[in-house]
Design a protein around this ligand. Sequence first.
Ligand SMILES: Nc1ncnc2c1ncn2[C@@H]1O[C@H](COP(=O)(O)OP(=O)(O)OP(=O)(O)O)[C@@H](O)[C@H]1O
Ligand SMILES: [Mg+2]
Length: 265
Amino acid sequence: MKVICVKNGKGGDGKTVFSLNLAALLAKEGKVLLIDTDPRCHSSNFMIKNESVPVTGTFEKGNLGEWITGKKTADQVIRHSMFENLDFVACSDDLDDYVKELEKKRIISMAGRNLKECIDKIADRYDYIVIDCSQNVTTIDVNVLVASDFALIPVKCGLSSMDGCFEMLDWIEQVQTLNPGLDYKIVMNDREKNKEAEEIESKARELWDEKVCKTTIRHQSKPLTKSLRTGIPVVYEHRTPSEIKRTTIADDFINLVKELKQYGC
Ligand SMILES: Nc1ncnc2c1ncn2[C@@H]1O[C@H](COP(=O)(O)OP(=O)(O)OP(=O)(O)O)[C@@H](O)[C@H]1O
Ligand SMILES: [Mg+2]
C-alpha cells in the first residue's frame, strides 16, 4: 500500500483537482481510499455527490476528525463511492477542534503519528491512499506528511506558485527527520500556451531538475468546470470518438500516473 499526499504551500494550485483525478485513475487498477484533510472540504463535497449509499445530513457519517481522535472506527468513517474501488473519508469544518484535542495528548501527536496509526490499521484493505491537503502547515498537515510515502506538489505556472513550492520543499526537509522515507515530485500545472508560462516552467525545471515530472498538466478550464458540475472526475468523463482523437487534460493526468508508476509510486 502506498500513501500519496497532494500538497503545496499555496492555495488554488490544483491540489483537489489532482487528488480527485489521481484517486480516480489509481482506482482503475486497485483499491483506493481518498482522504480529505482540508477543513474547507472541497474533495469531500465532490465525493459526497457520488456516494453509493447517500446518508441524510452531509456529515452524519463519521469524519476525519472523529477517526483520528478515536471517536469512530475506520468502518464508521469510510464511505463508498459509486465508482468502483474508490472509497473516501470526508473532512469537516470543525477539524481544528479535533486536532486541538489531539494536541492535548502530547506523546503521539508531537511526533505527528495519529493519522499514520489510523492508516496502518487499514493498510491491507487498500492499494493506494490519496490525501488531499490544504496549503497550511498545522498539526494535521505534519500528520499527513508523516503518514505519506510520496508527496505530489502541483505548481501552477506562475511566480507566486514557485514561492509556495519552495515553502513545501522546506517542510518536506523538516518532516523527513520524522519520516525519512518521504519522497516527492513536483508537477507543473495549469500550463498555458504563452511565453510567460514557458519561461516559468523552464525556470522550475532548471531549479528542481529531475524532481519535476516530465508530464505537465495543461490549462484547460472547460472539462474541470464540467467535472465540478457533474461530480465526475475528468478522467472518468465519457468521450465521443472525435473527442478521443483530441488530447485533453484527462490525457495529461493519465500520462502523469504512468510516469509516477515509473518512479515506483
Ligand atoms: N490545469 C488546470 N486548468 C484550468 N484550471 C485549473 C487547472 N488546475 C486547477 N484549475 C482550477 O483552479 C482552481 C483551484 O484548483 P483546486 O481547487 O484543485 O486547487 P487547490 O490547490 O485544491 O485549492 P485550495 O488551496 O483552495 O484547496 C479550480 O477552479 C480548478 O478548476
Ligand atoms: Mg483544495
